[in-house]
Design a protein around this ligand. Structure first.
Ligand code: FAD
Ligand code: NAD
Length: 461
């Protein structure tokens, strides 16, 4: 049986850099991957979706170019070409990650599915059914998450789409029903609408983007409605039947009333669950919560000493940059003897709809729930010079500040390049730059970030 200093299960956003760095630090390291190297982000998550969102934005821009005095006729969407471009980008990123692993000295790459067979022992099963047992002093679980399929009558009998399979379509669906109105549902919903599908979004709660403030989720709803995307809230599917290929009849319960929707495709975007079911965690004694998320300490160690969990598999926040940050915390603590934790790190995120929603820190609702003494600054993008010049006036900026300390508590930037504008505020939060200073910061003109001067001018001291 081969013994290693460290074994990483899963080559996700934490696993790949961690494996390389541990090997480079002189640890005899192995990484085990059952699928494609690079995990969700590179293969079926951020990279392919953002490549496709770029195509959707291009067609949208072409169609509204006449507002800028440019007449473009005959705009056509070639989904096959969009898919091929996406595939090429994915393959390049994946090959680079794979090469990085394979060329690192002291690092062994196993292709197969890992399962605990004892506390620090794993059995790797290859796709050909061959088994190999390995042991290690440190084991890092980075197995990510997968689509939650809701329990809907008839769903298992139809060929429904997930965030992975929708990326392989070569023809634009006639009418796509998206089940779930959060990141995945909204990014794909808008994308497919722009490609030419009729799109209906069904959300079981009373609004889309339920974790955001009401004004932000209302604003996104309005923007989607402008693009003729139908959003039905308080809505769930009771039953699905396939009448014939690409003709699905949905029996939908909406606001207490039943009605039927006929569509060609259904995308399930109702959340993701950790990939822990087949890991044999019970044989290692590793504890999970009732949803299967691995329970970790603030230093990402499980209840078993020497076994760590990183990324989506430990529950949210499920973002690539969080998985990556998990790696940096674990690596530095173990190899550089530092004392980092996940307890006080910022959690920025960006939903890549158009306009984007860049988020950092507390929402207004969260500040209220915490009983903080806060004020809110709000400004529509229609008041931002850069937005007017570029014809990107949809959306708004919103920041929540602490009245006593003048610190920025959080921001929601629903704007073109909202993710980049939010990052400016994140740097301010990290550096302790208060809102009264940002009011007078000199930003280059005319940039979106310059409008942060005016946003904070709105707060009455
Ligand atoms: C459609 C979509 C779009 C997204 N867009 C964004 C975005 O724009 N920005 C963002 O920050 N996040 C985005 N995310 C989320 C992001 O992709 C994840 O948070 C991130 O990839 C999590 O990384 P990870 O390291 O936890 O695991 P993953 O990247 O999921 O990797 C886990 C790996 O473990 C492997 N594995 C699982 N079990 C085993 C086993 N038993 N043995 C061996 N290998 C195993 C899997 O095959 C996989 O390769 C998106 C997700 C989706 C689905
Ligand atoms: N840009 C990004 O950073 C990005 C993009 C895509 C995905 N992600 C990550 O992927 C994860 C999964 O995203 P997601 O949008 O699938 O999940 P989610 O859990 O964020 O949202 C699921 C939505 O579906 C609704 N829902 C659940 N069951 C339903 C039902 N039966 N009928 C109707 N609606 C139902 C929920 O109320 C919720 O609004 C997120 O946690 C996110 O971190 C991030």
């Amino acid at each position: 049986m081969k013994h290693f200093d460290a074994i990483i299960i899963g080559s996700g956003q934490a696993g790949v850099p961690l494996a390389k760095k541990l090997a480079q630090a002189g640890k005899k390291t192995a990484i085990i991957e059952k699928g494609n190297i690079g995990g969700t982000c590179i293969n079926v998550g951020c990279t392919p979706t953002k490549a496709m969102v770029a195509s959707a934005r291009a067609v949208y821009q072409a169609k509204k170019a006449s507002e800028l005095g440019i007449e473009i006729t005959d705009v056509k969407v070639n989904l096959k070409k969009i898919k091929n471009r996406k595939d090429e980008i994915v393959e390049t990123f994946r090959a680079s990650a794979q090469k990085g692993l394979e060329t690192t000295k002291g690092l062994t790459v196993f292709h197969g599915e890992a399962k605990f067979s004892a506390s620090k022992e794993l059995t790797i099963t290859t796709s050909a059914g061959k088994e190999e047992k390995v042991t290690a002093d440190w084991i890092f679980i980075n197995t990510g998450a997968t689509t939650v399929v809701p329990d809907i009558e008839g769903l298992s009998e139809i060929d429904f789409l997930t965030s992975t399979t929708i990326q392989d379509l070569e023809d634009v669906p006639e009418h796509l029903v998206v089940v779930g109105g959060n990141y995945i549902g909204l990014e794909f919903g808008q994308m497919l609408r722009r490609f030419g599908s009729q799109v209906t979004i069904l959300e079981k709660s009373n609004r889309i983007m339920g974790r955001e403030d009401e004004d932000i989720s209302n604003e996104i709803s309005e923007i989607f409605k402008r693009e003729e995307i139908e959003i039905l809230t308080n809505t769930e599917i009771a039953e699905i039947k396939e009448e014939k290929k690409n003709k699905l009849i949905l029996n939908v319960k909406s606001k207490g009333k039943n009605h039927k929707i006929t569509c060609s495709h259904v995308l399930i975007a109702t959340g993701r669950k950790p990939q822990t079911e087949k890991l044999g965690l019970e044989l290692a004694g590793v504890k999970t919560d009732d949803k299967g998320n691995i329970i970790v300490s603030e230093k990402l160690e499980t209840n078993v000493k020497g076994i760590f969990a990183l990324g989506d598999v430990k529950g949210g926040p499920a973002f690539t940059h969080i998985a990556y940050n998990d790696y940096t915390i674990v690596y530095r603590n173990l190899i550089e003897n530092t004392n980092y934790t996940i307890s006080d790190r910022p959690v920025p995120y960006c939903m890549f709809t158009d306009p984007q929603l860049g988020r950092i820190g507390l929402s207004e609702n969260e500040a209220k729930e915490k009983g903080l003494n806060y004020k809110v600054a709000k400004m529509p993008m229609s008041q931002v010079a850069r937005a007017i010049e570029t014809n990107e006036t949809l959306g708004m900026m919103k920041a929540v500040v602490d009245v006593d300390t003048k610190k920025i508590l959080g921001a929601s930037i629903l704007a073109s390049e909202g993710g980049e504008i939010m990052s400016v505020l994140e740097m301010a939060v990290e550096g302790g730059i208060t809102y009264d200073r940002i009011r007078y910061c000199v930003f280059a003109h005319p940039t979106y970030s310059e409008s942060l001067n005016n946003l904070f001018m709105k707060i009455e001291d």
